[in-house]
Design a binder for this molecule. Structure first.
Ligand SMILES: O=C(CO)COP(=O)(O)O
Length: 249
């Protein structure tokens, strides 16, 4: 049984004070909710505050990015070890905004995945096609390629913590959601590629999240698809009421 994971990607929003206020308002709304795993991914400057304020609750905390190196002269970067030691339990890797604006490639995502696993972080690896790729009929090729490249060199025995997020680029921040059927079809492609690379049992246990304009009003239809194992939520995760409604889809 795959336990659904509902993760908030706050992107570059919220100061530590705003993050702390969110947690204060959000925790009572989801207290005792254990059907799903809940994770908040604030910016690095709010990580410590959020980690301290969810201590002992059913809510976990993750980073939005990390560097693949152990340590080094990489100004502005954060390592996997730094995230782990501060108390983060997961990390988003290869988000399309990082690919688009920060030159992130399938190769760097793969290196980051290896580093995240080494430091016991649950990696949420984002893949997804652009609008041009979908309209050109290349969605399946893109998803298979991105999944394959992200998973390069990962042994089946090490793959258990990996989470993949299917985030069609055209659905992010646009209000255009993939229909539940479109998302489920993409998830099936991704799962079949994971099975081809890492074996059927890894694929059957691997969680695949949907991300892209998930809102309280469409969460139920998306998350009731058997192939959809949770959501990675941007805009609608910034408000505690709205994110709690998604968590309780
Ligand atoms: O990028 C996303 C989550 O990582 C999705 O963002 P929105 O939910 O704002 O479309």
């Amino acid at each position: 049984m795959r336990k659904p994971l509902i993760a908030a990607n706050w992107k570059m929003y919220k100061t530590p004070a705003q993050a702390s206020e969110f947690v204060t308002n959000f925790l009572p709304l989801v207290a005792g909710h254990d059907r799903d795993e809940i994770v908040l991914c604030p910016s690095d400057t709010s990580l410590a505050t959020v980690i301290a304020s969810v201590q002992g609750t059913n809510v976990g905390v993750g980073g939005q990015n990390m560097h693949f190196a152990e340590e080094g002269a990489y100004t502005g970067e954060t390592s996997a070890q730094m995230l782990t030691t501060i108390g983060a339990t997961c990390v988003i890797l290869g988000h399309s905004e990082r690919r688009q604006y920060f030159c992130e490639t399938d190769e760097t995502v793969n290196k980051k995945l290896h580093a995240a696993l080494k430091y016991k972080l649950t990696p949420i690896v984002c893949i997804g096609e652009s609008l041009a790729e979908r309209e050109g009929g290349h969605t399946e090729d893109v998803l298979r390629r991105q999944a394959t490249q992200a998973l390069t060199g990962i042994a089946p025995a090490d793959a258990e913590p990996i989470v993949i997020a299917y985030e069609p680029v055209w659905a992010i921040g646009t209000g255009k959601t993939a229909t539940p059927e479109m998302a489920a079809e993409a998830h099936l492609i991704i799962r079949s590629e994971v099975a081809r690379r890492l074996g059927r049992s890894v694929a059957e246990n691997l969680r695949i999240l949907y991300g892209g304009s998930v809102k309280p009003d469409n969460a139920t239809a998306l998350l009731n698809q058997p192939e959809i194992d949770g959501a990675l939520v941007g805009g609608a995760s910034l408000d505690p009421q709205s994110f709690a409604r998604i968590v309780k889809y």
